[in-house]
Design a protein around this ligand. Structure first.
Ligand code: NAD
Length: 498
């Protein structure tokens, strides 16, 4: 069986006997193995990046951008192959996989603007004959650690921008679905990136800890669950590294009594059950303001959830695939069992789903709970599966209090026709990404992505303008060229324009 190698200094590397199984979640079969790196593998990647950095940091930004233009073309040419690999190892549908790739390509497009985004800031005559400017210089070697649920898009949030900023990158993809991530990195090398600027080391905690502990790694971008995000933030920051660690979520959609119900139902179906609920921006709680809208919502949602077209992700035309692993399925089923015991009303039960021809796949049908209360585990914790909970409240203020009290603050949205309610919601809600009649408000590549509270550890959000700041360090330069004839006397007072 093929073992997926690391990619170091432009070459495929197999250097240890540690490996993990990669499943096709639609069939339940092991289809590949992935090599799990060691501390030595990480050191090899660091040495490679170190050797590439001096030349790469001095390569003109326009030349760095040219690599990204070619990379974008290669990604587009290989879309079908990449989508197939994502779907095969993750389980999401081909259309969904192509969608995540397209959003990833938007980050490559943003990186193509390197000469513009790295122009710096300049002030002529900041003092007599003095010019001052801020230069944004690369950090050196930076690393990214990414989750299973977006094997193409989330890595593309990180390294195109880090690399055009002049850094060298080491990526540790998820060990559950590494093939598409590796193929994409190979395409970047094919686009003409010098050897060593981009390296991929597969692995688990061993590799992550080696990256945290290596003094040569100056910054870490992490996306994954909250406990690991917090671990990486605290361990990395302790060692003086720059860290952005994006964690888990519990995203609420508020339905006001005046909402356009049909649009809200369609939006909720996609946002709750797309990718089997395995999205950090998935809507997992619908907060209904008033009993009438809650009753109407349940009436409309239930038949649609029961009719979801579920099957192998690689079969065209489906709406939902399996969960990523058998353990993930068991975990989500455990939450559904727990919700029933806690007294929530299970309106649609997906636990008995059988997919004909794929009986060993990790499938679970869509589930809908009504009358969920904030003390229940199914409300408090991230389920990361196809389970939508309805919470009934009496007012917008109560809905907002509920959301603001939750430990996570990644995404949220409000469905309403009333501008005043929408504006209040946008102003006062304690969440990093907010939609108004938009269920998945994932910012475009020229804004930045990030949650609040325990959904993000660090100061700067991912990609876009915050990404540029994250992957560069500011240097402020103040320069004087005195006229030859003039000699200034020594000044003992603090220099000022006063
Ligand atoms: P995960 O935290 O299990 O794994 C993420 C990465 O951390 C992987 O590369 C994994 O190998 C590594 N890792 C796992 N355990 C580790 C440990 N003990 N020590 C060091 N490294 C470790 O997350 P996942 O299951 O791959 O992804 C799902 C989670 O990611 C969900 O919680 C989801 O909300 C979150 N997520 C968040 C965002 C966001 O932008 N906030 C985006 C996507 C996913």
């Amino acid at each position: 069986m093929k073992t997926i190698p690391h990619l170091i200094h432009g070459m495929a590397v197999e250097d240890s006997d540690r490996s993990a199984d990669v499943f096709n979640p639609s069939t339940g079969e092991v289809i590949r193995k992935v090599g799990l790196g060691t501390r030595d593998t990480v050191q090899r990647a660091i040495e490679s990046a170190k050797s590439a950095f001096p030349t790469w940091r001095n390569t003109p930004p326009a030349k760095r951008a040219q690599v990204m233009f070619r990379f974008k073309q290669l990604l587009e040419q290989n879309e079908a192959k990449i989508a197939e690999l994502i779907s095969q190892e993750h389980g999401k549908t081909l259309e969904d996989a192509a969608g995540e790739l397209k959003r990833g390509i938007e980050n490559v497009e943003f990186a193509c603007a390197a000469p513009e985004i790295l122009k710096g800031e300049f002030s002529r005559n900041a003092g007599p004959n003095i010019d001052a400017w801020s230069d944004f210089q690369p950090l050196g070697i930076v690393a990214g650690i990414t989750p299973f649920n977006f094997p193409a898009m989330v890595p593309l949030w990180m390294y195109p921008l880090a690399i055009v900023c002049g850094n060298c990158f080491i990526l540790k993809p998820s060990e559950r679905d590494p093939s598409s991530t590796l193929l994409i990195a190979e395409l970047l090398n094919q686009a003409g990136l010098p050897k060593g600027v981009m390296n991929v080391v597969h692995g688990d905690k061993v590799v992550v800890d080696a990256l945290i502990e290596a003094p040569e790694v100056k910054a870490l971008s992490f996306v994954g669950s909250t406990p690991i995000a917090e671990y990486i933030y605290s361990e990395g920051a302790k060692r003086g590294k720059r860290i952005q660690a994006l964690g888990g979520a519990k995203n609420h959609a508020v339905l006001m009594p005046d909402a356009d119900l049909d649009n809200a139902v369609n939006a909720l179906m996609g946002a709750a059950f797309g990718s089997c609920g395995e999205r950090c921006m998935a809507i997992s709680v619908a907060v209904c303001v008033g009993g009438q809208i809650a009753d109407a919502l349940v009436r409309k949602l239930a038949p649609q959830i029961k009719a979801l077209k579920i099957g192998a992700g690689t079969t065209a035309g489906l709406e939902m695939g399996p969960l990523v692993t058998s353990a993930a399925r068991e975990k989500v089923v455990g939450y559904v069992n727990d919700g029933v015991v806690a007294g929530a009303e299970l309106v649609v039960d997906g636990r008995g789903l059988q997919v004909f021809g794929n009986e060993n796949g990790f499938f679970l049908g869509g589930c809908l709970f009504d009358r969920v209360t904030p003390d229940m585990r199914i409300y408090k914790e991230e389920i990361f599966g196809p389970v939508l909970c309805i919470v009934r409240v009496g007012s917008l203020e109560e809905a907002m209090q509920l959301i603001n009290d939750h430990e996570y603050g990644n995404g949220t949205c409000i469905f309403t026709r009333d501008g005043e309610s929408a504006r209040l919601f946008c102003d006062e809600i304690e969440v990093g990404m907010v939609g108004v009649n938009v269920p998945l408000p994932v910012p475009v590549s020229y804004h930045s992505f990030g949650g609040w509270k325990r959904s993000l550890f660090g100061d700067l959000h991912a990609y876009g303008p915050d990404g540029v700041r994250f992957y560069t360090k500011r240097k402020a330069i103040t320069q004087r060229w005195p006229q030859r004839a003039s000699h200034e006397a020594a000044q003992f007072a603090f220099p000022s324009n006063g």
